[in-house]
Design a binder for this molecule. Structure first.
Ligand SMILES: [Zn+2]
Length: 173
């Protein structure tokens, strides 16, 4: 790598350390010529395999753009989208594979988007899962409703009283 200051071609590594939970290596370097120092980051190249079989470098912005379309008119901020993009990238990198199918990228979006905004989730899922009928929407909505019902607020109801004690009382001797 050329020195960013003088473009000299030889640099010396001063120090290497693992960062980002092992996903990165950062190297402190010094130029052999001007002696100025700079840092380089080495990261596994994550590539997406498209349905056509072609590969392209994973692009977080592209993922966020796709999700942003589904969030149109919804109360979702750019910060929410940025966080989602980060979650998706972390999830995909955690798999440890250098190549991920495009389908898996969409799959990694579904979970965080569902907790972010359910309407946007339905829109995104309708494209990703290629909904072909109203029934597909109905099934997905039913799944969302069922999840919501999983932790219901228990209304206070009448509690069963204690067993009547009289029944077993034996006469005093
Ligand atoms: Zn230099």
């Amino acid at each position: 790598m050329h020195c960013p200051y003088c473009q000299h071609t030889d640099t010396r590594v001063l120090d290497s350390r693992v960062a980002d939970d092992g996903a990165q290596i950062r190297r402190r370097r010094a130029c052999q010529d001007c002696e100025r120092r700079f840092t380089t980051v080495e990261q596994i190249q994550l590539a997406v395999v498209k349905r056509s079989g072609a590969t392209e470098p994973f692009n977080r912005d592209k993922v966020v753009d796709g999700v942003r379309k589904a969030c149109k008119g919804r109360p979702v901020t750019d910060a929410d989208l940025a966080r989602l993009g980060q979650l998706v990238e972390t999830e995909l990198r955690a798999g440890g594979a250098a190549y991920v199918p495009a389908d898996e990228v969409g799959l990694a979006v579904l979970e965080p988007l569902r907790s972010l905004d359910q309407v946007a989730y339905l829109r995104f899922a309708s494209v990703y899962k290629a909904f072909s009928s109203v029934d597909d929407f109905a099934d997905e909505v039913a799944a969302l409703m069922a999840e919501r019902a999983e932790a219901p607020a228990q209304p206070p109801g009448p509690e069963p009283g204690p067993e009547p004690a009289d029944r077993t009382r034996s006469p005093a001797p």
